[in-house]
Write a protein that binds this ligand. Structure first.
Ligand code: NAP
Length: 515
């Protein structure tokens, strides 16, 4: 099967051989994806002129209603999407739910809060600013939708959620979406876009997709477009330097990689309920989606005196994780997405091993259920320990995109905060403590290097949403090596697709503009 691209209101197959999309358990080719011969410049222009114009003619409430209809269509097909996620991404049922249901839930959320913006075509911010002695001369601020196209370049690990967490916001804002999923897992993104297009919900040109190729897409950006990139820091740096991106000054949001941490407070005793909740969360983060989550915990900071207890409890938990074909009974963790990712993860692991000792896993030969380990793309869950984190470097700068994390003993609170910052900026951090004073200090100290912090005590240990789960109500993104971008966060998310303009005029005019 060749995945067709949807551009300029038409389904077009690439005229090249394309790239094979494989099942990471069996190695079977499921489809090919390519966009050879597609006129990308014309496709982007069609999205701007046809899709953008039609979307902007609608109000926020009308666009929110369309998002609601998208939810209905996708919800009716979730079983099909789950099957694709299992086949093309090696997802377990839980992994597939995080991606597929998480994506649909995000659209639902924006459909609901979008309705609150009402029958408007632009957003007027509350408040007036007096500028001179003349009370009749005032200013207000308005936000209007960008008139370009939103180009969304996504990573392989969330072909559904990655699509919808960006597209739902752009569509609500009135900006057409042009998505380029990562080729390796583009099958699911394409299936979802296809169902939405066939249901004829959105105006023509408001949702386009190319599967495979498209690495010259940014050569055609225009003023008022916006680029949202999710992927490795290396690719981000290359794309940001594209001369057309530089020349046009288009907004460029980056969600890149990250050495996310979890920090255990010194007050938490081994065997206590909060200690057990910490161990459970770390194990879950390491193994869900086989560790292929940008927010997954990579560095585990533990008081030096408790590191052995954590190592023992965590190893016992990882020991119980059955690896194998996600369709087989009892399997809790699937493979990495393909051979290239498996190789990259093994290379990263080798780098980490130069500064650490292996506590659990780390072997290249291990048991897998209902799969041939030699041909499949598995990586054993691996727990490492770094005895000298203050002088180590690789543990603070090497992201292994797989089920690998490192224990880092800390001697004092100050040292823990210093070592945390060595990660160079992260998407998410978690703190497990019942000590309110320590929790408050950790929040303040860690905030400048994190986009999101989850602070867990006994009162919420069974009810929180999880270290690695991105909630649409909260911002997603992180400083430094995490890319410096920001997505989601309720209605804040719309800012990226609007231009904020100060309007200075007489009182009557600014008041009327504010409605
Ligand atoms: P990647 O190799 O950087 O690819 C990301 C995207 O960029 C893919 O769609 C890829 O397309 C595209 N791309 C690559 N070179 C390009 C070029 N020259 N021009 C245009 N597009 C180009 O990253 P990945 O391997 O898919 O994802 C893994 C990384 O993403 C990890 O480091 C992870 O931490 C990070 N990530 C971050 C977040 C976040 O929200 N911060 C979320 C998920 C993943 P092709 O597939 O066609 O090459």
């Amino acid at each position: 099967m060749k995945l067709a691209n949807y551009v300029s209101g038409q389904w077009i197959e690439g005229n090249d051989a394309g790239t094979a999309l494989v099942n990471p358990v069996s190695g079977e080719t499921l489809a090919t994806a390519g966009s050879g011969g597609v006129d990308l410049q014309a496709a982007l222009q069609f999205a701007r002129s046809t899709g953008g114009k039609a979307l902007r003619a609608l109000t926020y409430a009308q666009r929110a209603e369309l998002l609601g209809k998208v939810v209905e269509v996708l919800s009716a097909n979730t079983e099909k999407y789950h099957q694709i996620a299992v086949a093309n991404s090696g997802n377990t049922a839980v992994d597939a739910a995080i991606d597929v249901d998480g994506g649909i839930g995000t659209i639902k959320y924006f459909a609901a809060i979008g309705a609150s913006l009402g029958d408007k075509h632009f957003i007027a911010e509350p408040g007036l600013e007096r500028l001179t002695r003349d009370k009749n001369f005032q200013a207000c601020h308005i936000q209007t939708p960008l008139k370009g196209v939103a180009i969304h370049i996504n990573a392989f690990n969330f072909p559904s959620w990655g699509l919808w967490e960006k597209a739902s916001v752009a569509l609500l804002a009135g900006v057409p979406v042009f998505v380029k999923p990562a080729t390796a897992t583009s099958m699911l993104t394409q299936a979802m876009v296809k169902d939405v297009v066939e249901a004829n919900i959105l105006p023509t040109g408001s949702l386009s997709i190319i599967c495979g190729g498209g690495h010259n897409l940014l050569d055609f950006v225009e003023f008022n477009d916006v680029v949202f990139f999710t992927g490795s820091a290396e690719t981000a740096a290359k794309l940001k330097a594209n001369p057309r991106v530089v020349e046009t000054g288009v907004r460029f949001n980056v969600e890149a990689d990250s050495l996310n941490l979890s920090l255990l407070g010194d007050d938490v005793e081994p065997g206590s309920p909060l200690f057990d909740a910490f161990i459970k969360e770390i194990a879950k983060e390491m193994t869900t989606k086989a560790g292929q989550k940008c927010t997954a915990i990579r560095r585990i900071f533990v008081p030096a005196g408790k590191v052995d207890a954590v190592a023992e409890a965590l190893s016992a938990r990882l020991q119980k994780v059955a690896l194998g074909n996600p369709t087989a009974e009892g399997v809790r963790m699937g493979p990495l997405v393909n051979k290239a990712q498996q190789r990259a993860a093994l290379d990263g692991l080798a780098k980490l091993k130069t500064e650490t000792e292996v506590v659990f896993g780390g072997s290249e030969s291990f048991e897998v259920i209902d799969a041939d380990a030699a041909h499949a793309c598995f990586l054993q869950p691996t727990l490492l320990k770094c005895n000298d984190p203050a002088n180590a470097e690789r543990v603070h700068d090497t992201e292994v995109f797989g089920p690998v994390a490192t224990l880092l003993p800390y001697q004092s609170e100050e040292q823990a905060f210093e070592l945390a910052a060595k990660g160079g900026g992260s998407l998410a951090g978690s703190i497990f403590t019942n000590d309110d004073e320590f929790a408050a200090r950790a929040c303040v100290e860690l905030s400048s290097s994190h986009g999101r912090l989850l602070v867990v005590d006994e009162s919420i240990m069974a009810s929180h949403s999880g270290h690695g789960i991105v909630m649409p109500q909260c911002v997603h993104g992180g400083p430094g090596r995490a890319g410096g971008g920001e997505e989601l966060g309720g209605l804040r998310a719309l800012n990226a697709y609007h231009q904020r303009t100060a309007i200075q005029a007489n009182l009557d005019r600014v008041t009327k503009l504010q409605g």
